[in-house]
Design a protein. Structure first.
Length: 143
């Protein structure tokens, strides 16, 4: 892109790259979740006089949300872990700060271990929140 005269700062380019990557996965997860709702739900809503928008909002999306939460949450957790890749284009984030601090002191193992622990804690908290949300959305589901 610089050869074409387009120069973007590292942070906006990281945001654009992560947004495009996650946007594709999220769109596919939502599409799959909507397609997972049985066709009979659409037909039942149509039978009682609901329009397309009302059917989506009141019938289909609540059911699709329950199906979409696990892949969307996993995509979000992967995004958190993938932010360490932004250090390759000189965006200062957790791993980059660990590298900068470790360079003069040669304490790479300790600082990289600390960075890994922080990533692990963040991902563990997000996993716990994901499980709680899944449990809440599955309250009224009978198998």
């Amino acid at each position: 892109m610089p050869s074409l005269g387009i120069v973007i700062d590292p942070f906006p380019s990281a945001v654009i790259a992560f947004s495009l990557n996650v946007g594709g996965y999220a769109a596919e997860a939502i599409r799959g979740a909507i397609l997972a709702v049985p066709r009979g739900q659409w037909e039942a809503a149509s039978t009682i006089g609901m329009g397309y928008t009302l059917t989506l909002r009141r019938v289909v999306l609540p059911q699709a949300l329950r199906v979409a939460v696990p892949p969307l949450s996993n995509t979000f957790i992967s995004l958190v872990k993938d932010t360490s890749l932004a250090s390759s284009i000189m965006v200062t984030e957790l791993l980059r700060r660990a590298q900068e601090i470790a360079a003069p002191s040669y304490a790479f193992l300790a600082l990289y271990s600390l960075a890994a622990l922080i990533y692990w804690l963040i991902c563990s908290v997000l996993s716990i929140l994901q499980q709680a949300l899944e449990r809440r959305l599955s309250r009224y589901v009978t198998l």
